[in-house]
Design a protein around this ligand. Sequence first.
Ligand code: ADP
Ligand code: MG
Length: 429
Amino acid sequence: MNKKSVKDVEVRGKRVFVRCDFNVPMKDGVITSDKRIAAAIPTIQYLLENGAKVILASHMGKPHNIFTEGFGLTKKEKKAVEKLPEAEREAAKAEYLAKAAGDRKKLTLAPVAARLNEYLGNKVTFATDIIGEDAKAKTAALKEGEAVLLENVRFDAREEKNGADFAEALASMADLFVNDAFGTAHRAHASTEGISHYIPAVSGFLIDKEITFMGGALEKPEHPFVAILGGAKVSDKIGVITNLIDKVDTIIIGGAMAYTFIKARGGKIGTSLCEDDKMELALSLVEKAKEKGVNFLLPVDNKCATAFDNDAESLICDIDAVPDGYMGMDIGPKTIELYASAVKDAKTVIWNGPMGVSEFDNYAAGTRAVAEAVAQSDAISIVGGGDSTAAIEKLGYADKISHISTGGGASLEFLEGQELPGIACLEDK
Ligand code: ADP
Ligand code: MG
């Protein structure tokens, strides 16, 4: 996969529409973590320094959107209202409009504009609409090295529906589309994909890095290639296992999903989480790994507890002999040793999903040990998934990881080998 980035095209004097991920956590109108804003700065800075006129766009949250036809309800909302008895309709409509108006206050990107200005030295103005009069006037007035941030694109229902008229209106403000929002790259929305139908499209630095590392690992990995998959559910990771089984030398399974495999092969798992309807599939994955000569590692022991609670009574036992009334919460010491040694000589590691309930200190040892092994190996290491990333950061290993993917769902779909619309639409090199 070889896609053009901002470095491969002329940006000077051009109006450049940059789709960012400014979907930052907010509390009472205050940004509680600006990691995503900070991450977007290099691409924006590059464009400003190279004389582009920058138009910034992002979504935030999931607003009730009422902007399809001016300030009326969308078709879906109208239908929902029409289903109600007549006496209740007006009230329901009013309630909906009030919710949408509330969301417009809560989910405005105005605080993001203010924060961007702290990073960029007051080069950013804010448009109070997306494709309306204010956006048009402010984008038209941009000088080289200046930027404008548009209002939350999801205030318009056509964003997520990838409405052609909306995408075209976004495109009409710009000469070039830069996608730098990996977290929404698996969605074909107007500002992530639709706009590329009207103007040339390239990646920003964040998406470029995702393609380089994850694309690189999938297309031409250095061996030994080890995939570590954990977390809550087998069903979340089936696609990834299936895609990686043809590429890796070793697959390591941890977290709750391990118990579906253990029960399927006849082990006793107590009250551990298990997806009974996925047991057959689990066995077939093990079988497939064997056929391909892939080393498929399951835990050999575990720490289990009487409740999903940090302070519950716990014990360590073999993985297939979990006592009645106990649930597996973390991999055990023998497994830690086994997994750490499997990671040690790897040249490529992909990790998605913690080895246990790592948000509880008493069940974080497995995740911690695997994080340490990955951090200490000289492999190209790629970590994805919200909980795995949080664990790595909490343990202080983030700077020892080659690439921490910024998209949960997008990252999984990428590893599943799926084509992401927000990347597929970019120009090839
Ligand atoms: P990621 O966000 O990294 O992709 P997941 O969301 O798939 O990871 O899984 C993380 C969740 O899995 C955490 O909430 C954690 O509590 C849960 N989990 C991990 N191991 C176990 C276990 N043994 N029993 C129950 N839940 C577990
Ligand atoms: Mg998660």
